[in-house]
Design a protein around this ligand. Structure first.
Ligand code: NAD
Length: 248
């Protein structure tokens, strides 16, 4: 049974050229949605949308650029008439580094893309939804690192904790406007971001995980699709752990 409400829904997925975003774009397309894939990697996002079919379109853009965000939301509205859903997902990881050795340039880059980028896209989706007058569903990608300390990930984890606050605040502020905002909280997931970590970091994460494994992008995408659909109409401001029990 397909998820209710996704047929013909216009959805933007950021960070859609790879990993979790690509899996969400695939899942939404399978559910009948009209998907706009956004990524800073122009070639890979073009290829991903082409392979997806189902009328999916590719938009190159940097989620942390106010101009780019306004432009790609405008292009989607022009193309499809409206935007009803957003998977606000693009993010970077970077090498684990002890807090005392963190370079501020690396900290600033994490904050710019993971935190400012998510805020800009959230703000734009809310603005567009209010203009359209028809509500919206939004899922922000946080991380289990927002809840528990992981040596080497302080700066990254801070950006992910901010995303949980954006989610809760936007959810209560716009609940009466029919806008639902939730977060997905992945544990370790087999994507290029995670697989760029040193081998011992990856195996350490799996040892720590109750299921003893990393998740698949599709396991995250299934929950995102549910939260974006009309199967979850009484859920807003929530943070859904998809982590093999890690946060339990
Ligand atoms: P990934 O590297 O496979 O995909 C991330 C995509 O985002 C890439 O295609 C990249 O080009 C794009 N991107 C990066 N910066 C961008 C920018 N400024 N503008 C537009 N696009 C940009 O990584 P992933 O694991 O699929 O990560 C997706 C999200 O999931 C991230 O927010 C990440 O923090 C989060 N997350 C991942 C894991 C994990 O273990 N993989 C765990 C928890 C949370």
């Amino acid at each position: 049974m397909p998820f209710k409400g996704l047929q013909d829904r216009v959805a933007i997925v950021t960070g859609a050229a790879s990993g979790i975003g690509l899996a969400t774009a695939q899942r939404l397309a399978q559910e009948g949605a009209k998907v706009a894939l956004v990524d800073v990697d122009a070639d890979r996002v073009e290829q991903a949308a082409g392979e997806l079919g189902h009328g999916a379109i590719a938009l190159a853009g940097d989620v942390s650029s106010e101009e780019d965000v306004a432009r790609y939301f405008g292009e989607v509205t022009e193309r499809f008439g409206r935007v009803a859903s957003l998977h606000n997902n693009a993010g970077i990881g970077g090498m684990p580094v002890p807090l005392a050795e963190t370079e501020m340039a690396d900290f600033d880059r994490l904050v710019r893309i993971n935190q400012r980028g998510v805020f800009l896209n959230l703000r734009q989706m809310v603005r567009v939804a209010l203009e359209q007058g028809g509500g919206a569903t939004i899922v922000n990608t946080a991380s289990g690192t927002a809840f528990h300390g992981v040596p080497g990930l302080a700066a990254y984890a801070g950006t992910k904790a901010a995303i949980l606050s954006f989610t809760r605040n936007a959810a209560v502020e716009y609940a009466k406007d029919g806008i639902r905002v939730n977060a997905v909280v992945p544990g370790p997931v087999g994507t290029p971001l995670f697989e760029a970590f040193p081998e011992e970091f990856q195996s350490g994460a799996e040892t720590f995980n109750p299921q003893g494994r990393r998740g698949t992008p599709g396991e995250i995408a299934a929950v995102v699709a549910f939260l974006l659909s009309d199967e979850s109409t009484y859920i807003t401001g929530a943070a859904y752990a998809v982590d093999g029990g890690e946060g339990a």
